[in-house]
Design a protein around this ligand. Structure first.
Ligand code: FAD
Length: 606
């Protein structure tokens, strides 16, 4: 392509969700020439969909709350597989990051004393989620976006990054360091290159690899795959969070999220026999802090000091498994879910004020009035704990100049993420990554890594390959089959034989993808875009299935029917690490000891 569009920056951020925008703001404020690239319109990132809130131990409702309690909750929620340093930094810095959002104009709901209101969520000992009704992500994105635009940071929207580029020249001293990225404009199909010594991946999750998901079309694991192809590693990929409450009806909206705030605000789960069944599913690990009678559970909402929390507010993995078991045992709702009831527990005024989006969502999509009748809900693929392995303090990956932050990074949440801890994660580590990347770029002086022309040509040829095929298969059918296969074989309850079958199926999908064909031209061509995304979805799906097969225990978001116990001795001390294999056709797996927690933090887990 003659005269390709080309730009030079110090820091290129891929992704304009909370993580990407916060990173870009930090990089810009540290003096770096910064660009944000995102594949949809600015403001449309996944973060906008976040409902419940941002977890931060501000102590506004419960003065007893502090970073130590938040740290402990996060580690226990992740079943101790979290990177302790990330969990610590997150708990310590989240309050400041929320306060800063307010300074930048975010309007949070208030307590009676005029402080930022904080609501209850599963796994958090105290009411801790700063929120704006059930539309917190919208306010967060609005605030960060406004600041990004005010600061004059360059934004390239509807522009998809397809490859990262590294300096290949052995003599330059920069060999193997990030030199830039290449992508295409979705509208024109034309390529664009960024020359930059740092790239911050903030591309979000992988949910579109599963059929039933709360995630949007953008979640195809691009950052995960880009990082692996550049030589970085992923950790914790076997841990996928299935949120307990997604809509199950009508079919067109199956998987759409029903916020955990419904339970935080008093909603309970019932089976078809009307039984409040969560009391039957309290695991040993959480017995001491969970109410075992309805009376105590109900008293907790008003008196948290003298009562233990309701079992509906156990961490998500526990609740999702319980719902799954009730449905399997034949006690499900008419459309294959379970009942979530807030109507019989709170006044219509309370429900409409606290949960306005949920009220409208059910009214408009399912013709259900949640102030008068129960909702039908079931588990839905929601979040990936796994992601790019990074340094806890800087978010840098194993590749010099490559950083990852937000949902596409790994480690912070261990085997299971607590609700509200993602939005906090985006802010805390977004800022850290932006600062670290700009400091590294500034230190380079004129000795910058450079992109090789051959690599640029190869990246373009690879992106255009589907146009060269004649008579092959359409990417939509492959995507459809992959989603079904992941849902059926790598879903909420797993077994060795099904995981082996899924890996065999993924090999077949990979073969089929070699000859997939796209129709038409490069101008706005969704079929072509999907063909490019599908490469990423396939490699990421393989990473998930392979890690899930290797981990022969159940923990957090990973449940093995054939290994139902949590095996602390063998599996509680190590992470599974995934890298691209030598010929780039699949993934390799090895394990790595967990970073050792210092004694002064160990004391919280006696
Ligand atoms: P995103 O916000 O998804 O942003 C990803 C960005 O990357 C987008 O701009 C996208 O265009 C861009 N991108 C992706 N690939 C490419 C590419 N190849 N080239 C260029 N750009 C690319 N968490 C909480 O803590 N509290 C909540 O209350 C909460 N509620 C949720 C409700 C719903 C319905 C969902 C789905 C999630 C919720 N979560 C919540 C989780 C949380 O919202 C996400 O984990 C978080 O927003 C992810 O932010 P991010 O910045 O990492 O990615």
């Amino acid at each position: 392509e003659g005269g390709m569009e080309r730009h030079a920056y110090d820091v290129v951020v891929v992704g304009a969700g909370g993580a990407g925008l916060r990173a870009a703001i930090a990089a810009h404020e540290a003096g770096a020439r910064t660009a944000v690239v995102c594949k949809s319109l600015l403001g449309k990132a996944h973060t906008v969909m976040a409902e419940g809130g941002i977890a931060a131990a501000m102590g506004n409702r419960w003065p007893e709350d502090n970073w130590e309690v938040h740290f402990r909750d996060t580690m226990r929620g992740g079943k101790m597989l979290n990177n302790w340093r990330m969990a610590q930094l997150h708990a310590q810095e989240a309050p400041e990051r929320v306060q800063e959002l307010e300074d930048w104009g975010a309007l949070f709901d208030r307590t009676d004393d005029g402080l930022i209101s904080q609501r209850d969520f599963g796994g958090h000992k105290y009411a801790r989620l700063a929120h704006v009704g059930d539309r917190t992500g919208l306010e967060m994105i609005r605030t960060l976006q406004q600041r990004t635009v005010q600061l004059g940071i360059d934004v390239f929207m509807e522009c998809t990054v397809t490859d990262l580029l590294k300096d290949p020249s052995a003599g330059s001293g920069q060999a193997g360091a990030i030199a830039g990225a290449i992508g295409y404009w979705r509208e024109s199909g034309r390529f664009i290159t960024f020359d930059a010594p740092t790239v911050i991946l903030a591309t979000g999750g992988i949910g579109k690899s599963f059929k039933v998901t709360s995630n949007s079309w953008e979640y195809t694991g691009d950052g995960h795959a880009l990082a692996m192809r550049a030589g970085a590693s992923l950790i914790n990929m076997e841990f996928v969070q299935f949120h307990p409450t997604g809509m199950v009806w009508p079919p067109s909206v199956k998987g759409l999220l029903v916020t955990e705030s419904v339970r935080g605000d008093g909603g309970i789960l019932r089976n078809s026999e009307g039984e409040r069944f969560m009391f039957n599913y309290i695991p040993e690990f959480f017995k001491a802090e969970t109410a075992d009678t309805i009376e105590e559970a109900d008293r907790w909402y008003d008196d948290k000091k003298n009562n233990r929390r309701p079992p509906e507010l156990l961490p998500r993995d526990e609740v999702a498994r319980a719902i799954n078991s009730e449905i399997k045992a034949g006690r499900g709702s008419p459309h294959g879910g379970i009942f979530l009831d807030i109507a019989s527990r709170r006044t219509p005024e309370f429900i409409r004020k606290r949960l306005p989006s949920m009220y409208h969502q059910f009214k408009e999509l399912a013709d259900v009035d949640i102030t008068a009748e129960p909702m039908e809900i079931g588990p839905t693929c929601h979040y990936v704990m796994g992601g790019v392995e990074v340094d806890a303090d800087t978010q840098e990956s194993a590749v010099t100049g490559l950083y990852a932050v937000g949902e596409c990074s790994g480690g912070m949440h261990g085997s299971n993420r607590l609700g509200g801890n993602s939005l906090g994660d985006l802010l805390v580590f977004g800022k850290r990554a932006g600062e670290a990347a700009s400091a590294y770029a500034a230190g380079l002086g004129d000795a910058r890594p450079t992109i090789a022309e051959d690599d640029l040509k190869a990246a373009q040829a690879s992106a255009l390959a589907p146009f060269e095929v004649e008579g092959g298969e359409n990417p939509y059918t492959i995507q459809h089959d992959l989603q079904q296969s992941m849902n059926d074989l790598v879903g909420i309850i797993r077994t060795g034989s099904e995981l082996e079958e899924s890996l065999r199926e993924i090999e077949v999908f990979k073969e089929r993808a070699k000859t997939m064909v796209v129709e038409g031209h490069r101008q706005y061509n969704p079929g072509w875009h999907l063909a490019i995304d599908l490469r990423n979805m396939l490699i990421v799906s393989e990473a998930i299935a392979k890690a899930a097969l290797a981990r022969e225990e159940s923990r957090g978001g990973h449940t093995r029917d054939d290994f139902p116990k949590t095996d602390h001795e063998v599996w509680g001390t190590k992470n599974l690490v995934v890298t691209l294999n030598a010929d780039g056709t699949g993934v390799d797996l090895h394990d790595k000891p967990l970073p050792v927690m210092p004694d002064e933090l160990k004391k919280y887990f006696d």
